[in-house]
Design a protein around this ligand. Sequence first.
Ligand SMILES: [Zn+2]
Length: 180
Amino acid sequence: MTGTDTKAPAFRILGTTGDVTNCEHCHRRGLRKTVILLPLDEDGAADGDPIHYGTGCAATALRTTSYKIRTAARAADIQATIARRTEQRDRAAWALPRLEDFRANLARRMAAGDDADTVATAHANRLGSAVWRYAPELREQAEAEAREAYAVGGLDAVLALYDRHIATAGRLSRLDPVIY
Ligand SMILES: [Zn+2]
């Protein structure tokens, strides 16, 4: 027997979730939230998939108090939120100049009198690809909106749709990830 046998099993607290409401340790159900624990090997690297424990079982597993678990989980949740918002901001900052370029291209082609149907089809795709950069789940919706806008209001309506997306991406790109 070595001294390491008395060490608490190593986990990193990743945060909390309301998506899993049963403790994988004691199998208690109907918890409001569970703590997400990442098992670590002795070098501190991830060792398997995250597990979900109630606060009490997490405290026992980490040989600490429920209070400390809650405090650490809250801090991890805040870090995760900041990381998510930072990524969203960076994606929006990447998309913004593309949206502006595409809008300028549309304005040029309108001024040049290019075939409106051709221009509208190309720009539904372009808008979708730019929106995909900051909101992947909205790509198809953005393309559908561009086609709808063209059907209803012609290329002027597509231009207005660019303005709306430019405003959204602009707002997201200026977000302070730490303030929420
Ligand atoms: Zn439990």
